[in-house]
Design a protein around this ligand. Sequence first.
Ligand SMILES: [Zn+2]
Length: 164
Amino acid sequence: MTKPLWAPWRLEYIAQADELEGCVFCAESKHQVPAAECLRVRDGSAAIALLNKYPYSSGHLMIAPRRHVGSLAELTDEEALEIHRLAVASVDVLTRLYGPGGFNLGWNLGRVAGAGIADHVHLHVVPRWGGDTNFMPVLADVKVLPEHLLETRDRLRENWSASD
Ligand SMILES: [Zn+2]
């Protein structure tokens, strides 16, 4: 038996499995995450900003379009602009609240590039401190992380620039 090269039913299955397991960006975007666990810090009309549940560093945010699209090319001008504005506001609020020494901003496109959710593009905003770990999860903090995250979420929401 030859192995089928083109199997659209399988793609459908994968798409469905993805839906069932849930896309965190879509769930947050549609307000389907219970308030107690929701990590969204800002709602835009075309994009949202949320905390990463598995951060590289404290205050690690992700900005995603509301639409489930997998490539940069699919972003509309409106989405691209709002993502940029949310990134600027993220850097601003994180700077005021936590005063990191710098930031890394970037897109991981495709799983080989490290994208955890490869089919819903998102921009990472990662605050950096002098001498911090270089893009390594802070494993020691895993147990207390949920509380930290929700606390950080509330602080970011309260202090988000009103002009945005
Ligand atoms: Zn999605």
